[in-house]
Design a protein around this ligand. Structure first.
Ligand SMILES: Nc1nc2c(c(=O)[nH]1)N[C@H]1C(S)=C(S)[C@@H](COP(=O)(O)OP(=O)(O)OC[C@H]3O[C@@H](n4cnc5c(=O)[nH]c(N)nc54)[C@H](O)[C@@H]3O)O[C@H]1N2
Ligand SMILES: Nc1nc2c(c(=O)[nH]1)N[C@H]1C(S)=C(S)[C@@H](COP(=O)(O)OP(=O)(O)OC[C@H]3O[C@@H](n4cnc5c(=O)[nH]c(N)nc54)[C@H](O)[C@@H]3O)O[C@H]1N2
Ligand SMILES: [Mo]
Length: 769
């Protein structure tokens, strides 16, 4: 599993982008069969009259480049528009048990699902079923399930229209169990930011990148996971804007970039340095590193005061707009440099160098990703990032702000339109009035709580709108064992994945059109909309012929499920909505008038429209009415790691350059020089020597916690790599069996996938062979 016969581990010397990226795009277009279908589509990717890329959520400019797509966006398009199909004949040939032996890559690579299927346990096969029969059976079965025992999961790709309908379907059924992929991702952001600056999303827009004079970059792998952002970074670097990166791994996209869209750069091989300082901190060392920067800034500010120079901190801003500074300052002063150095893994002088550059800046952007959010202290990490910005008034100023880089292309928007297990985030009274039903008021289950319920048997039905829940969540062993005890499992999907091979008593697999495909309904061609990382809401127009005429659109499938389940219980005109999506948008506007004013006319404009964000205007919708410094409880990055156990390593799970989450396009992680396999553990030479490991050893990784559950994965090859002491890195989802379900961020419950305590042991020779 997860490897080919031809492996290679030669360090990559090239930049991000460049010829390597063009070659990779061409390869996947050829492999997926129909260059015309995918190639023509690509020219419309992220264009005002085209579709929003189905890969990442990075902002789409109003005046796009001639080719506003990146290597990984092209892969995502080719993957969705493949000409290969998984038809009923495929399932006749392969039992579900057999398919469980297939690798993630091979399952999705088989092609697009074409017909609704029902799982038949007697033959262990998926068998075709009509849409009407599927909906009717699902409706009947769901009616036997207590609404509190049903989970309605959404992966972050579904459009605003679909997501809004999905949340109404769940609530009309009586459930607020609406976990979404953001529960494994930026939920730490959605919890931290409202407490500190009063809004749940980032404050930065693309314009700000043109005006900034300093960028701080924490735990986000831009060259792989949001490559179009490299254009903004390259422009900033050319203006000599310092970019200071904090990341345990040297990620190539953060070091050097050659713009594949620039003929001059491609011919001359010119590349732009991205980071001006690169700090390889320990996994989980961010609170300590930022606290160190704050300590240095306080000292510099006091020195400036003594010398009657310009202050380093923005005291006027803090006095007018913030609370909590004194506590934070006291904490920073009281913690010793020795402790900061030990926990962060960085030297005092390195931290002071970063602080000095930031101290001189007049407008700083702080960018971050999963390196901050997926920790036990995920929420505090984000709060620390805000603390650092607030010290110098960097919220609500042009060229400055906080920039969480969201993952899935509409994950931010789903929250905006009501996909949330937290009822206080949703205008339930308005929904009741608008749609004629009484939504439930108690808190629902998020992802971790849904998993707890599946394991303990209290969750009886799981409906998944996209995604690969079972593969994306922690605790793979217990989860796979418990999954089939459910009464009903329903998956709406474009491609086959491992989650589809675990089925409840009644189980359906419903194939949908992708966002790049034309969506023709009774009143004509439809478009949908999404919200980007910078809170721009814009239209997405499908343009390729659907791969099969048996497919339905996501809104049509949600309507089918809803009508069969909660038919007479609401005044929602499901069929009218499916016939004309502008009516869904009218309903969204009526529920959220402040955000979606003139939704139908503004979304299709170039660049869409920006949703109002109070913090940008220095209006603070926090409990205190001010922006709030929040002092971290401790510097401890991982309370779950056993104390005094020098053989325990913090495992960071990361993405390769050849995957989109659990979708594995291939086995080439070009930037890390790893080819042909994903079964590797990257570890530093010093740690290898200390643990008695050699390059090429085959090892077992076992979770180093003592809770009575055995968790291990085997067959990983040791690869010497530049990783800080005490840490190692390996790929997600191969390592998810190692993550205990309870090993998550305190408040947000985001699984702490970036700091899993593990022990590494050599496999016996015969097992490794
Ligand atoms: N091509 C492609 N694009 C994607 C995705 C994909 O899988 N493939 N996934 C999408 C999704 S859903 C998401 S959420 C985003 C994810 O995008 P990212 O946020 O970039 O997520 P990861 O690849 O998991 O890696 C995070 C980075 O954090 C670093 N890191 C790990 N631990 C720490 C730490 O303790 N501190 C610091 N400072 N850094 C740390 C890692 O070395 C890595 O460079 O990308 C989205 N875009
Ligand atoms: N260890 C570890 N675990 C992690 C992470 C990590 O960094 N480390 N990252 C976490 C993060 S940030 C996230 S967001 C989650 C991702 O979790 P998910 O969002 O659940 O997973 P994906 O892999 O994105 O889902 C891929 C599947 O989506 C389906 N799909 C694709 N396009 C469409 C579409 O248009 N419509 C529908 N209905 N289905 C579609 C396909 O069937 C495909 O197989 O994983 C989390 N898990
Ligand atoms: Mo994500």
């Amino acid at each position: 599993m997860s490897q080919t016969d031809d492996t290679d581990f030669t360090p990559y010397e090239g930049p991000a982008g460049g010829w390597g990226s063009l070659k990779s795009v061409t390869n996947i277009l050829v492999e997926e069969g129909d260059i015309a279908r995918a190639g023509a589509a690509l020219l419309k990717q992220n264009k005002p009259d085209g579709y929003a890329c189905v890969s990442c959520a990075w902002a789409k400019p109003a005046d796009p480049l001639p080719a506003e797509f990146c290597e990984n966006g092209a892969k995502a398009t080719a993957w969705e528009l493949t000409t290969r199909t998984v038809t009923p004949a495929f399932f006749e040939t392969h039992t579900v048990s057999e398919l469980r032996t297939w690798a993630d890559h091979d399952l999705e690579d088989a092609g697009r699902l074409t017909e609704p299927m029902r799982y038949d346990r007697a033959s262990d096969r998926y068998v075709p079923v009509s849409w009407d029969d599927a909906f009717a059976d699902i409706g009947r079965t769901l009616a036997t399930v207590d609404p509190k025992a049903a989970v309605f999961y959404v992966s972050g790709r579904a459009s605003l229209e679909t997501s809004y309908m999905w949340s109404l379907f769940a609530r009309a059924f009586g459930s607020n169990n609406l976990p979404d992929s953001s529960n494994m991702c930026h939920e730490s952001t959605s919890v931290a930011l409202p407490q500190t600056i009063g809004i749940p999303v980032g404050t930065v827009t693309l314009d700000d990148f043109g005006k900034t004079d300093c960028i701080l970059f924490f735990g986000q792998n831009v060259g792989v996971n949001s490559p179009r952002m490299l254009h903004q970074l390259q422009e900033a670097a050319r203006r000599k804007v310092p970019i200071i990166t904090f990341n345990p791994l040297k990620e190539r996209g953060l070091e050097r970039f050659t713009n594949p869209q620039s003929p001059a750069e491609m011919v001359t091989g010119h590349d732009t340095r991205i980071s001006s300082q690169y700090h390889q901190l320990k996994a989980g060392g961010d609170i300590a590193a930022i606290l160190g920067m704050i300590k240095a800034l306080l000292a510099a500010d006091e020195a400036a005061k003594a010398d009657k120079l310009m202050p380093v901190l923005d005291h006027a801003f803090m006095a007018e707009h913030t609370v909590g500074f004194d506590d934070l300052a006291a904490k920073a002063r009281s913690v010793s440099w020795e402790r900061i150095e030990a926990v962060s893994g960085l030297s005092r002088s390195a931290i002071e160098r970063a602080a000095a550059v930031y101290g001189r800046s007049k407008a700083t952007i702080l960018v971050y990703g999963m390196g901050l959010t997926q920790h036990r202290t995920g929420v505090e990490n984000v709060q620390m990032a805000c603390n650092l910005l607030l010290l110098k008034g960097n919220i609500g100023r042009p060229g400055a702000g906080i920039c969480p880089v969201r993952g899935h292309s509409n994950v931010q928007g789903q929250r905006t339109v009501g996909v949330s297990e937290k009822p206080d985030l949703v205008p339930l009274d308005r929904i009741a009035e608008q749609h004629g039903f009484e939504p439930p008021r108690e808190k629902g289950r998020n992802t971790v709580e849904a998993c707890e319920g599946i394991i303990d048997g209290s969750v009886k039905a799981f409906l998944g709108l996209g995604g690969n829940f079972l593969r994306a969540v922690p605790e793979t062993g217990l989860m796979e064992a418990a999954w089939e005890r459910m009464e009903l499992t329903v998956q709406v999907a474009t491609k086959l994945n491992r989650n589809h091979l675990f089925n409840g008593r009644v189980a359906y697999l419903l194939p949908c059109r992708g966002r790049i495909e034309i969506d023709m309904q009774r009143t004509g061609r439809q478009w949908v909309s999404v919200e980007s990382s910078t809170a721009h809401i814009h239209a997405s127009h499908g343009l390729a012929e659907p791969i099969a005429d048996t497919l339905r659109s996501e809104p049509a499938i949600v309507a089918g499920l809803a009508k069969a389940t909660v038919g007479g219980r609401t005044t929602i005109p499901w069929d009218e909505w499916v016939a004309d999506y502008s009516k869904i948008r009218d309903a969204i506007e009526a529920t959220y008038p402040d955000i979606f004013r003139d939704f139908n006319t503004r979304a299709p404009q170039p660049g869409g429209f920006h949703r109002p964000l109070a913090a940008r205007d220095r209006v603070w919708k926090t409990e205190t009415g001010k922006a709030t410094f929040i002092t971290p409880k401790s510097l401890d990055e991982n309370p779950d790691a056993p104390a005094d156990a020098p053989d325990v390593i913090q495992l960071i799970t990361v993405r390769s350059n050849d995957q989109f989450n659990t979708t594995i396009y291939g086995y080439h992680d070009r930037f890390r020089g790893i080819s042909g396999t994903r079964m590797v553990i990257l570890i530093g030479g010093f740690e290898m020597a200390r643990l008695g490991l050699a390059d090429g050893d085959m090892v077992t990784l076992a979770t180093a916690v003592d809770d009575g559950v055995e968790r291990s994965v085997s067959g990983f090859r040791v690869v010497r790599y530049d990783v800080p002491m005490g840490c190692a890195a390996a790929y997600y989802p191969e390592c998810n069996p190692l993550i205990p379900l309870w090993h998550h961020a305190e408040e947000s419950k985001v699984p702490a996938a970036k700091s899993v305590p593990v022990r590494i042991t050599r496999m016996e020779a015969e097992k490794a062979a």
